[in-house]
Design a protein around this ligand. Structure first.
Ligand code: SAM
Length: 242
């Protein structure tokens, strides 16, 4: 049975936007519950790989409620978080205002489309996306855009659900995504379909190996795949050539 929040092609964005509007208020809580808090560690890993240098400019795409953007800003990067969901950005902005360190200084959130990033070429030293690429109508287009706005030498980092190489582990993990994740979505957010969407979107996303291949096709240097939890999650890393 297809998922109410998944649609191929152009209608994809509207469905994804409806989904995140529906779950924005409970998004952080569910992330903690579903990953047993591990998503924080994986996001810190992204920030560590970003190796923020003094005066670095960072762009976090599909920033949602802002976790990765906050971490980059805390490490000193002049950071922009971009998302197309007003509701997710409202949560991000209220978190920013609660944290006095970020009130005015090096972190801002803007509304925009990751497939048409509203910045000129060669603007950022760090471009990240966490659990976002899988949600785009075209993940390749998303990576092309990341590449375009990255400066020569910039680090491009993608964190997302992955496809475990081990068949047995993949089966167990997909069963978890099929049954327990929607169940938690229903219990804590009143929305099982929104969480069943994770598996549906993952089925249509070629995940870490294809992302690495595309990074190589873009001629990124030092392309790496870091599998987490046996590939259930993955980080793709690459550097734009100088
Ligand atoms: C699963 S959340 C990830 C949020 C955050 N990066 C994190 O790791 O917790 C995906 C986010 O991508 C955003 N998104 C999806 N498609 C987008 C697009 N085309 N442009 C900008 N944001 C998009 C959604 O609004 C949502 O906030």
């Amino acid at each position: 049975m297809s998922n109410v929040f998944y649609a191929p092609g152009e209608p994809r964005a509207a469905k994804v936007s409806d989904l995140f509007a529906a779950i924005a208020r409970r998004y952080d809580l569910l992330n903690d519950l579903q990953s047993f808090g591990l998503h924080r560690r994986w996001k810190s890993r992204v920030a560590a790989l970003a190796a923020v240098a003094p005066d670095a400019r960072a762009l976090d795409l599909c920033c949602g409620t802002g976790d990765i953007a906050f971490t980059l800003a805390r490490r000193g990067a002049e950071t922009t978080g971009l998302d197309f969901s007003e509701k997710m950005l409202e949560v991000a902005e209220s978190r920013r205002l609660k944290n006095s360190k970020f009130k005015t200084q090096n972190l801002k959130f803007i509304q925009g489309d990751a497939q048409q990033i509203p910045f000129p070429d060669n603007s950022f030293d760090i471009v990240t996306v966490g659990y976002g690429l899988r949600n785009l109508a075209s993940w390749e287009r998303g990576l092309d855009e990341m590449f375009r706005v990255a400066r020569p030498g910039a680090r491009l980092i993608v964190l997302d659900f992955g496809k475990p190489p081990n068949a047995l582990w993949r089966k167990i993990y997909f069963t978890h995504l099929k049954i327990s994740v929607p169940l938690m979505g229903w219990l804590f957010c009143g929305n099982a379909q929104a969480y069943a969407y994770i598996l549906e979107s993952l089925k249509h996303y070629p995940a870490q190996l294809a992302v690495a291949e595309k990074m190589r096709a873009l001629k990124l240097a030092n392309v790496r795949v870091i599998n987490l939890l046996g590939g259930a999650m993955a980080i793709n890393y690459g550097e734009k050539p100088e």
